[in-house]
Write a protein that binds this ligand. Structure first.
Ligand code: SAM
Length: 237
């Protein structure tokens, strides 16, 4: 794994940005879903349900997507919030035009926003690209920009799922990936002062099966073998 300086913007995803979609191309992934939008839709369905469950009125809240990449999740869901913003250390990932504000991070561990400036933060498939002490520093920054009692949702690949592991192993953009278990993500958030509220596993079935039996996936959400997991946590009040 290449060592990177947390203080300088990561060149890592700059080199992937122009061919990002083709770099994600994988025969097993393609059999699972007919396009990448399916994965973003599945995440949004889950996030939406979790926010409703914990009483967030999205229409009045400010959402920040940390490590937003090309901003696909913002494009899909941003209009549900009073404000939706993205940030990423990679200028090249951010260069695609978006209906939403997207800012470059000054470093891997700093967010370009004021204290208590957003109500909800997501970090989707970001933390497996963040290493060592930078994980804690980035989480501290997320806590700083969140309003007291604000919510944070981390979505990550599940290392307990063998298909996920095989896809990650083959994927060129994951050459530096260090997958983290849900337990590790929970400890990270708790050690930064967050209260863990809810952990759910998802992406058990391919798109065509899911479209027919979505409620069955819902019944499996506590079984730790879904392709990914979502962890919702609350910042200290
Ligand atoms: C696999 S992509 C995911 C992009 C987007 N969240 C999505 O789900 O499509 C990982 C992203 O995390 C970003 N990233 C890497 N290190 C980061 C850090 N320390 N802070 C924020 N974003 C980071 C990368 O630049 C890249 O855009």
């Amino acid at each position: 794994m290449a060592m990177r300086n947390n203080k300088s913007p990561s060149p890592e995803f700059d080199q992937y940005a122009s061919s990002y979609a083709s770099l994600l191309d994988d025969p097993v992934r393609n059999r699972f879903a007919h396009d990448s939008l399916h994965f973003h839709r599945r995440k949004w369905l889950l996030i939406q349900r979790l926010l409703k469950r914990f009483g967030m009125d999205m229409a009045t809240q400010r959402w920040l997507d940390v490590g937003c990449g090309k901003g696909e999740l913002l494009e899909l869901a941003g209009s549900n919030f009073a404000e939706a913003i993205g940030c990423d250390p990679s200028a090249e990932m951010l260069s695609s035009s978006s209906n939403f504000r997207m800012e470059q991070q000054p470093s891997l561990v700093e967010l370009p926003f004021g204290d208590a400036s957003v109500d909800f933060v997501t970090a989707v498939c970001v933390y497996h690209h963040v290493h060592g002490a930078a994980r804690t520093l980035l989480t501290g920054e997320i806590r700083r920009v969140l309003t007291p009692g604000g919510l944070c949702c981390i979505i990550e690949h599940n290392p307990w799922n063998p298909v996920t592991r095989a896809i990650v192993r083959r994927c060129p953009v994951d050459v530096d990936a260090e997958l983290l278990t849900a337990r590790c993500a929970t400890s990270l958030l708790k050690s930064t002062g967050f209260e863990a509220l809810r952990l759910e596993y998802f992406l058990y079935f391919p798109e065509l099966v899911f479209n027919r039996i979505a409620p069955v996936e819902g019944m499996l959400r506590k079984i730790p073998f879904g392709g990914q997991y979502a962890l919702l946590a609350r910042a200290p009040a």
